[in-house]
Design a protein around this ligand. Structure first.
Ligand code: SAM
Length: 437
């Protein structure tokens, strides 16, 4: 359950949330019609109310007071408080718990206070029109979100349903697919489903990116995508090649947590949806970006103080499409940590001589069960780390001491020397994990 739930102490009959079908059909069951007839208040847009009234001749004799959804919408909370215990119907479209009002309600009211009557959602209707099973499809809301956030969901063979706004037109989506190397994808634009001007049109990416004429589409539409990319598509498996990260003159070189080390670090961090992650000394952001791609519903903060690297960090954040769950902080740790939500995991890849303070502050803020992973290369930072950990352990009671695991990774990479394979050793990296039990 969401941490922000505020129990409105609902008493009396449960609020009835009734989803209406798409287009002209209302798809209301006899039970839903009964609820509408018995309601004291029906809340809905004029369009929704008209549609509900059409559901049955009986509804022309509705006795309920009809109320428009408040603007701003947040006013609904106070309205519900003021009408606690009354017989209320809230009108919605499709399935209210699928990208609908149910999300908002579930954060404010206990489950027993609401009774849902779902209808066919627009996404379900769209898949039924193209005749493809959709149990494994992923629905992506691009409403008010930068189009780049789509990149996070592009995987070879994936089936996506996009809920769009004016910035995510079918042509804009096709351009995005082409930029990300998913240029062989198929799109279906499903317009005005169930309405008089319903149209389902299939396109290939190239159909939509050729020419200057933007496609004119009905404002109510869903875009479905069957993702298919070529060799240069964005990777959809952990362990992003270093060279795909902008780091300066030569991509993937310089200050970056290299792929092999990054994979070990990430397996310890174990990214999970719903968690908060801090990447301290984020550099070009390789760790934070992979973390975000593995946990699209997590929240990551990348802290970096070097101006040029912040530029690369932002560039990489966009090119990998983790724009919705990665926040870049151009700041210094530990000073900036006070403004962040408590983390479930922390990676310290750079500390600029402040490791003791960063470690202490991060440990104090770490949620129970959380972990801090630190990677160091130089002998100076290794000894700084050991001292910082000793100090931390000395300050904590036996029962609260971190559970520590340490590895040293010595990677040697194949190279060519006068036609012979050689293994060129890289600097060993010491990686330590501190777990709060
Ligand atoms: C080795 S790099 C990190 C590499 C990074 N994990 C990656 O993959 O790009 C260390 C970074 O830490 C940053 N840094 C050092 N001390 C810092 C501090 N106190 N606050 C924020 N950033 C810091 C440096 O500017 C540098 O970019």
């Amino acid at each position: 359950m969401d941490k922000t739930q505020t129990d409105l102490n609902w008493s009396g009959p449960a609020i009835s949330v009734i989803g209406l079908g798409d287009g002209l059909s209302t798809g209301l069951s006899a039970a839903s019609i009964g609820k509408l007839e018995q309601a004291e208040f029906i809340v809905g847009s004029s369009h929704q109310v008209e549609k509900a009234k059409r559901a049955s001749a009986g509804l022309t004799t509705l006795t309920a007071e009809i109320i428009d959804y408040p603007s701003p919408f947040s006013g609904l909370e106070q309205w519900l408080v003021d009408h606690r215990g009354r017989k209320i119907v809230l009108l919605a479209s499709g399935d209210p718990l699928f990208f609908g009002i149910g999300g908002w309600l579930s954060k404010r009211l206990p489950a027993h206070a609401i009774e849902y009557s779902p209808n066919v959602s627009s996404v379900q209707a769209a898949f039924s029109r193209i005749g493809l099973p959709w149990q494994h499809a992923v629905t992506v809301s691009l409403h008010g979100r930068p189009l780049e956030s789509l990149r996070c969901y592009l995987k070879q063979g994936a089936l996506l349903a996009c809920l769009t706004d004016v910035n995510s037109s079918p042509c804009a989506i096709a351009k995005e697919l082409s930029t990300s190397g998913y240029d062989q994808s198929t799109l279906w634009v499903c317009e005005d489903l169930g309405g008089e001007s319903e149209a389902i049109t299939q396109y290939q990416v190239r159909d939509l990116i050729q020419g200057n004429d933007p496609l004119s589409v009905h404002p109510l539409h869903v875009t479905l995508i069957a993702c298919r990319g070529g060799v240069n598509r964005l990777p959809d498996f952990p362990g992003i090649p270093d060279k795909l990260f902008a780091t300066g003159k030569t991509s993937g070189q310089g200050l970056i947590t290299k792929r092999e080390v990054r994979l070990a670090v990430l397996s310890w961090l174990a990214p999970a949806n719903g968690e908060v992650f801090w990447d301290i000394g984020a550099g070009c952001g390789s760790v934070a970006i992979e973390w975000c791609r593995w946990a699209p519903l997590g929240q990551a903060f990348a802290i970096e103080c070097h101006p040029e690297r912040i530029e690369f960090l932002e560039q990489n954040r966009n090119s990998f499409g983790v724009v919705h769950n990665l926040q870049v902080l151009a700041d210094r740790a530990p000073e900036c940590l006070g403004n962040l939500p408590d983390p479930d995991s922390v990676f310290i890849g750079g500390s600029g001589g402040s490791l003791t303070a960063i470690l202490q502050d991060s440990w104090a803020r770490l949620n129970p069960g959380g972990k801090i992973v630190i990677a160091v290369v130089t002998e100076t930072s290794k000894s700084e780390l050991l001292q910082a950990v000793n100090r931390l352990s000395a300050k904590t009671e036996d029962s609260g001491r971190p559970r520590i695991e340490t590895i040293q990774l010595s990677i040697a990479k194949g190279d060519d020397l006068a036609g012979h394979l050689i293994l060129r050793p890289q600097l060993p990296v010491l990686v330590m994990k501190l777990e709060k039990t």
